[in-house]
Ligand binder design. Structure first.
Ligand code: ZN
Ligand code: ZN
Length: 268
């Protein structure tokens, strides 16, 4: 009641376009209800983000759609045919077992990731984390992941920003598993096992080759016994060229991980 009154007097402002709007306000009370909405990624996004975005901006979410590469998850330009291996993954330079993202890095999704990261709009982390969790459950089966690891920031950047956006997206997942009564999702979350020990310049604006060079040997594993023979899921906000997650995967595999998958909110 108080919330309804507050909304009438101070209608929410859309995070993306800045317009005032009327929020449908039905989001996230019962997350388990969304588990049955298989594949309707755009609708789940709209409902979860409805307290923060106007309807028009909710519709500005662009889902990743088949056909895509079964390994790295890149969307093929041709919108027809089945999923298959892309030319790059066929050359087997990719260390990642499977990479997936629910949305394309453009329009609304790009704006809200910027808002979370650079404007510290922390209240977005919860609905985005739920959204990513639902996509994870739809995409990865039961008992397929042992440890979930956020792509780490260097300690200095962490201190400057005050948070790791990748960790914010996953920290509520064990609670969501319990809330939804899901069986077979017994993963652990560790933000300490993979560390970024070399300071790198921002990858923004660098080409593929420069990114690879910039990120080389930037990571280390704090305790190899923790990941030994484990199936690891790396989580980040955006998958750009894959240089960062591939370097993380290399480091994890070299230290005994059995397999490395990647989940990001968005993909370029
Ligand atoms: Zn808007
Ligand atoms: Zn591929």
């Amino acid at each position: 009641m108080l919330r309804q009154l507050k909304m009438a007097v101070f209608p929410p402002k859309c995070t993306v376009c800045g317009n005032f709007f009327h929020s449908a306000n039905r989001a996230e009370n019962d997350v388990s209800g969304y588990l049955n909405l298989a594949q309707e990624v755009g609708r789940i996004f709209s409902e979860l983000m409805s307290p923060f975005l106007c309807q028009k901006c909710c519709q500005g979410f662009v889902p990743v759609k088949s056909p895509l590469c079964i390994q790295c998850g890149v969307m093929f330009k041709s919108r027809e045919g089945e999923d298959h291996l892309c030319a790059k993954c066929m050359k087997a330079s990719n260390k990642i077992h499977m990479a997936r993202a629910p949305g394309v890095y453009c329009d609304t999704l790009m704006d809200i990731i910027h808002s979370l990261k650079y404007q510290r709009n922390m209240e977005l982390a919860r609905p985005l984390g739920i959204f990513l969790f639902l996509f994870f459950v739809q995409t990865w089966g039961k008992n397929t992941i042992d440890i979930i690891v956020p792509v780490p920031l260097h300690a200095l950047r962490m201190r400057k920003r005050g948070f790791n956006q990748a960790y914010l997206l996953i920290r509520q997942w064990p609670k969501l598993v319990a809330h939804c009564g899901l069986k077979g999702y017994t993963f652990q979350i560790s933000s300490q096992v993979l560390l970024r020990h070399r300071k790198t310049i921002s990858q923004v604006g660098l080409g593929r080759k420069e990114r690879q060079k910039n990120i080389q040997n930037a990571f280390r594993v704090s305790d190899p016994s923790f990941i030994n023979e484990k199936r690891v899921l790396l989580v980040d906000d955006v998958y750009t060229t894959g240089s960062t997650v591939n370097e993380c995967a290399k480091t994890l595999l070299r230290n005994g991980a059995k397999q490395v998958d990647v989940l990001t909110l968005a993909r370029v």
